[in-house]
Design a protein around this ligand. Structure first.
Ligand SMILES: N[C@@H](CCC[C@H](N)C(=O)O)C(=O)O
Length: 279
């Protein structure tokens, strides 16, 4: 089975073109291929598929085999893949995900997709829809005790659940210790992606993420989007902000007019390969 490894800001997934390949058990395949010693090594698996509702359909699976409803970095990579591999000539592409149809704007120069802007839609702030067990609306400053610390979480769904907390000196922060426990905390019935955010100034923050189902990754597009929303809700930044991640920077704008979040960033091919193992 042919596959392609791609990354967006270092959030790396294995992409399978399901117009050509048949995947019977994506959950199992995601676990096997993502494994870094016996597999290819990645944060998860992404299937590029035909759609009846949009131009293409994407399904994404975390490293543990669980299915994510939306993935910001993968959606930009799918945009690059379908254009540069000749599956479409469109530069505005509608992508069906479990989190709804997302519109990708491809920024193309000399046949190369240099960056992609994704309309991530409106952030969901209702506790029950995120979901998080909280009486607050929106869920700002929900205090949660994790191990020896208390965190004030702002919770946002971007098609998938996020809990954002503000910390000092994020690059030194022990996010594995706290993110791992936060992921499965009982106030998050579907588990959660946790963003640890340091404010630099009104238009620049630094973020690290502990992703549900994959652990620490070098970037998270839905997480960066949720972070921008949380920053505005907490009066910490402007509506347009550069989110600096371990693997690069995403520009996120929470548009005041249509209430949509727009994410702009890179997408890159790493290599093509052939998977030889049975799963
Ligand atoms: N890395 C992603 C999000 C992937 C899904 C997430 N771990 C979940 O299960 O909700 C992104 O770029 O948005």
């Amino acid at each position: 089975m042919r596959f392609t490894k791609m990354q967006g800001c270092g959030n790396d997934y294995i992409y399978i073109n399901c117009f050509k390949e048949k995947v019977e058990n994506p959950e199992k395949l995601a676990i096997a291929m993502s494994e870094r010693h016996f597999g290819v090594g990645s944060d998860g698996l992404v299937l590029i598929m035909p759609s009846e509702a949009a131009d293409f359909r994407m399904r994404m699976f975390n490293l543990d085999g669980s299915e994510g409803k939306m993935c910001g970095n993968a959606s930009r990579c799918v945009g690059k893949y379908v254009y540069e591999r000749g599956l479409t000539e469109k530069t505005t592409v509608a992508l069906e995900t479990l989190g709804g149809i997302k519109i990708l704007q491809l920024h193309v120069k000399d046949g190369i997709v240099e960056s992609v802007t994704v309309d991530m839609g409106e952030p969901v702030l209702e506790a029950a829809e995120i979901p998080v067990l909280s009486d607050k609306h929106p869920v700002i400053g929900e205090t949660v005790e994790i191990l020896d610390r208390k965190f004030d979480f702002t919770c946002v769904s971007m098609g998938n659940p996020h809990a954002v907390t503000f910390v000092e000196n994020v690059m030194e922060y022990p996010i594995e210790k706290y993110g791992r426990v936060s992921e499965c905390h009982p106030i998050f019935p579907d588990r959660v992606n946790t963003e640890f955010v340091e404010i630099v100034d009104d238009s620049h923050v630094k973020m690290r993420v502990w992703e549900r189902g994959s652990g620490e990754t070098w970037a998270c597009g839905t997480g960066a989007s949720a972070t921008a929303v949380a920053c505005v809700l907490n009066g910490k930044t402007d509506r347009k902000v550069d989110v600096e991640l371990i693997g690069g920077t995403l520009t996120i704008e929470w548009n005041a007019e249509d209430n949509h979040v727009y994410m702009t960033g890179p997408a890159e091919f790493s290599f093509d390969g052939e998977w030889l193992r049975e799963v």
